[in-house]
Design a protein around this ligand. Sequence first.
Ligand SMILES: [Zn+2]
Ligand SMILES: [Zn+2]
Length: 499
Amino acid sequence: MNAMLGRDWLPTGVVPLTSVITAVSYGSNPKAVLHYQNTSLFMDVTLDELPRHITERGNPGNIEGVSVAEVQLPADLLRLGFHFIDTPGLGSAIAENTRTTQRFLPEADALLLVTSYDSALTEEECGTLEQAQSGGRPIFVVLNKQDAVGPAEREEVFAHVRGRLTQLFGAAAPPLFSVSATQALAARLAGDRSALEGSGLEIFEDALTCFLVEDRRQAFLVGLCGRIEGLLQQAGDHVLLDELEALRRQFAMPVPATPAASGGLPARTQPLAGCEVCTVLREEADQFLSHFQLALYGDRQAQEQLATRGGLCDAHLPRLEALAAPREIATGFAPVLAAQAARLRILARDRATAALACEAVVAAQAASRICLVCDAVAPAGAAALRRMAVTVRQFGAAALYRNGSPCLRHFAELLRLVEDAALVGNLLGLQAALMERLEEDLRRLSLKQDAAQRHAASAEELAAPARALHALASVPAARLAPEVLRSGRPMADTDRGLP
Ligand SMILES: [Zn+2]
Ligand SMILES: [Zn+2]
């Protein structure tokens, strides 16, 4: 498992693990939950603590009564949808292990039997294979520890196991793979391509991925067509039946294996921060407002500015309300209300038409324009955007997603700054991958909520709803015009074509 996950996430050892099932699936953060026998209680533990509960040494004879250790890991292989149920070894020193494993077999979609060159395919393992085969589920047999034997012995053992499988299953013998998990893990950790190839693990992974991504989907879709067909025949809808038949033929066609790309996003073990530009804009606005609220009380010029602009925009007004004392709002906003009232009186006196009156009131409302605070924070936001653009140009598109992810609006503005077409293409692909990740987190969270499995949700998944909304919309009123980006200075109202 560790070799396939590319990291020694799970405890290993020559001491047999206790009779605990380890269920491994994707989660955006490493996380483990222990379930106990005869109770619905569960306990969160860190991965470091896991060995204390699921190894014979840490939990002898499973005295703690752990039944299942549910482990979530941010590994790309798991993102494809694999859900590994790691069972204790068959025929190991502890009889309970064999029983636990056999109890679990009927639940699996596929069986992956890992045996090794030093004790290749025991009689017990053969028995399990026969049992699994009769259930009609796909089987993969892996011969591990190929590094422990010389080339001649390797060949001999491999041929022996191959022969035994053919003897048992004839033409339907499961595929056999020779690997060295130890070498594969070391090669992955060291980034050594040729050593990884030599370990044989990739060939096995490709077969497994192909099974999951294509074969299973195909079987599922064809099966689904069958069920729909039954319903349509009852309804006697022949047009839809024909369409269904066409679909079924399409699904049944073999599809070339194309393992889903990880999208090129940096591997993630930390929750991503939000949009950097939005964060800067929010902090700058709060800082500005903390001074501005004082100015409202004592600074005539500030009061006049505010009155001329008709207040603050929809985004910054509530922020001021949260920060300022009633005395400051009272002093600062009395002139604003007077100015607004005067505008309305003029409209009333001039008997403006409905359309004109509407337009004039909207124009007088600061909400529809960029306010004093918007102006004040724009340069800092523009600087943050330019920093992003420099990072992308120097270190490539993926560098943008190392510490955070831009909201859509600031992403759009970044594209304009980056200019280079190839880079823009990369950025678009990564931003799409990011949104797909968020989508997955949302779906996973939603499924877990439905299944009352909230405890299984990772911190990232729990944060996903808020992150998803922030990814779609930036801090309101954080629009940065191109002129601001170039000069770093706010524009005058006249530049924006505002009255
Ligand atoms: Zn943003
Ligand atoms: Zn504003």
